[in-house]
Design a protein around this ligand. Structure first.
Ligand code: IPM
Ligand code: MG
Length: 350
């Protein structure tokens, strides 16, 4: 039986993953669901944000679904014990280098976006964010004190040919099944890694993907085009840091951070890591008002990409659409429903 590991984590994480569990149990009994503390919750219970046992369980599962990590409670912990360090260690440990972040503007939600309906309506773009390299992991890093008493912080942006190639390959493959266009965003005008990024993507394209349209864009311009004409994009591939930033921007196009799922994939056949892109939202945690749809849609991606059940994924996607069409709305998208009631609305359409 396929195995799903739930990592509820912190803040609104447990609230939204509870709804995933209910949806999963309704959809299929051919799935073993296991659950472990993660992030700050794991630090409190087990002394580390990601334990060896939890990483081993993640690698042994078919899919891992995380809620969210972090919060003010752990902000003063040393960096390597912070909840976010657990998430980075999980991504690195599972070697999930390609992070798929789809931004879809559902028709009924077009007015929930802060952008005009005519700009976002029908939006369907896929950000492919490199997830296990770049400045998130580069060495050296740290803060040192200089002889004159000043402090100096260092992060290192670093990419190898192999890292750029494997994530670009995912983008080209996806584009072939979509509208056939890849836009690659970098800062090749100022960064060495950016220049290498552009060269490697261009060479891979010429060698293996000449049938796909490839366009390069500077990451700052990409940020602008995202709000001016987001439907310009089909697949947008970029590095870890730019992908982090541009995917938050893309989320807002769809109406709310509470709507955006993601899938992080590694080698074919290896377990995938699924996360809503929203954070732990400490301001609303524990109130039962968070939107569970990003988490539920992350489970939909897990059914499709890791659990071998595209049929169930389609049913779930249809149920979410139907719930929205019927007017189901949590606060973030202009309604009154609680987390549980939104879960109920999806269940009602399954
Ligand atoms: C995300 C988040 C994480 C990131 C944080 C929580 C470490 O912002 O998944 O986008 O920066 O990758
Ligand atoms: Mg982010």
């Amino acid at each position: 039986m396929p195995k799903l590991l739930l990592l509820p984590g912190d803040g609104i994480g447990p609230e939204v993953t509870d709804e995933v569990r209910r949806v999963a149990e309704r959809l299929t009994n051919d799935l073993t669901i296991d659950e472990r503390p993660f992030g700050g919750a794991s630090f409190d219970a087990l002394g580390a944000p990601l334990t060896d046992d939890t990483l081993a369980a993640a690698k042994a599962a078919d899919a891992v679904l995380m809620g969210a990590v972090g919060g003010p409670k752990w902000a003063a912990a040393p960096r390597h014990l912070r909840p976010e360090a657990g998430l980075l260690a999980l991504r690195a440990g599972m070697e999930v280098f390609a992070n798929l972040r789809p931004a879809i503007c559902y028709g009924p939600l077009a007015d929930a976006s802060t952008l005009k309906r005519e700009v976002v309506e029908g939006l369907d773009l896929m950000i492919v964010r490199e997830l296990t390299g770049g400045v998130y992991f580069g060495q050296p890093r740290g803060v040192e004190t200089l002889p004159d008493g000043q402090r100096r912080g260092v992060d290192t942006q670093v990419y190898t040919t192999h890292e750029i190639e494997r994530v670009s390959r995912v983008a080209f493959e996806l584009a072939r099944r979509r509208r056939g266009k890849v836009t690659s965003a970098d800062k090749s005008n100022v960064m060495e890694t950016g220049q290498l990024w552009r060269e490697v993507v261009t060479a891979l394209h010429a060698r293996e993907y000449a049938d796909v349209t490839l366009e390069h864009i500077l990451a700052d311009a990409a940020a602008m085009v995202l709000v001016r004409n987001p439907r310009h994009f089909d697949v947008l591939v970029t590095d870890n840091l730019f992908g982090d930033i541009l995917s938050d921007e893309a989320a807002q196009l769809t109406g709310s951070m509470g709507m955006l799922p993601s899938a992080a994939l590694g080698a074919p056949g290896a377990p995938g890591l699924y996360e809503p892109i929203h954070g732990s939202a400490p301001d609303i945690a524990g109130q039962g008002v968070a939107n569970p749809l990003a988490a539920i849609l992350s489970f939909e991606m897990a059914l499709r990409w890791s659990l071998g059940r595209p049929d169930l994924a389609d049913r779930l996607a249809d149920a979410v659409q139907a719930a929205l069409a019927a007017g189901a709305r949590t606060r973030d998208i202009g309604g009154q429903l609680s987390t549980r009631e939104m879960g109920d609305a999806v269940l009602a359409h399954l």
